[in-house]
Each structure stands twice: as structure tokens, then as C-alpha cells.
Design a protein. Structure first.
Length: 131
């Protein structure tokens, strides 16, 4: 079914990240897929090197909590616009599916669009959005 599942997570939203991880693990176990967690940081960090290290440590710690073979899980921190970096990571890694959580849309989201909507519109692979 799927060989590579990309899971974009927001480290500031642990409940949503956990929800995506649980679904990703279930889908991964059913498919025998590799999982990759990606988090995207702003291009204007407060302390560039420290923020990258903290984010990498945080995403590694998050990935270590899931019930999945360690050798089948990888993590990456990218910098830039969230939707753009997720799409680039999906292409570079060769993801078969992007599985992400999304907030309920607000009025500003309807007018401006959300990261999830942009990923759905522009991804070259399947996308599963969890509410």
C-alpha cells in the first residue's frame, strides 16, 4: 500500500502531533512503511543554532515515544514556510502519502488558506488530513 509515510508535526501542538503519530503508526504497521516526522521552523529563529538543536532534540524525543521499529523511523527539521518545506521534503524523500493534522477552519483560514489546504492542493502524492 504505502512504503513511505511523511508526518508533518507542529511541536507546539502536542495533541495534534500525537493524533497524527497514532494514525501514522497504524497505517505504517498495515503497510510495512517507513515513517518520517518533519517539523518546520521559521526562517527567523531567535538563536539560530540553539533553536535548531532544540527542535531536533524535541522531534527525536517525540519519535522515540511511538510504538514502531526504531530503524523504520526518521526525523528532520526544515526551515521556511511550513507548506513549502513539507512539499519539498515529500518530494526529496519520495513519500507515498503525507499524513497531517489540521485545525478546524476559521474565517481567516477561509480567506487566506491554511498550510493543510496548500499541501493538499500542491502535493504530488496522496494526502490524508486529520481533524
Amino acid at each position: 500500500m504505502f512504503n513511505k509515510i511523511l508526518l508533518p508535526i507542529d511541536l507546539a501542538e502536542p495533541d495534534m502531533a500525537k493524533q497524527a503519530a497514532e494514525r501514522g503508526v497504524a497505517l505504517g504497521k498495515a503497510s510495512g512503511a517507513d515513517l518520517r516526522f518533519v517539523t518546520v521552523q521559521s526562517t527567523v529563529p531567535v538563536v539560530p543554532e540553539y533553536e535548531h538543536l532544540a527542535s531536533q532534540d524535541q522531534i527525536n524525543a517525540f519519535a522515540a515515544t511511538i510504538d514502531y521499529p526504531e530503524e523504520r523511523v526518521s526525523t528532520v527539521v526544515r526551515f521556511g514556510a511550513a507548506y513549502h518545506e513539507v512539499l519539498i521534503e515529500a518530494e526529496e524523500w519520495g513519500a507515498d502519502i503525507i499524513l497531517l493534522s489540521s485545525h478546524r477552519p476559521s474565517m481567516s483560514t477561509y480567506l487566506l488558506g491554511s498550510n493543510a489546504a496548500k499541501i493538499v492542493r500542491h502535493a504530488r502524492c496522496s494526502v490524508l488530513v486529520l481533524r
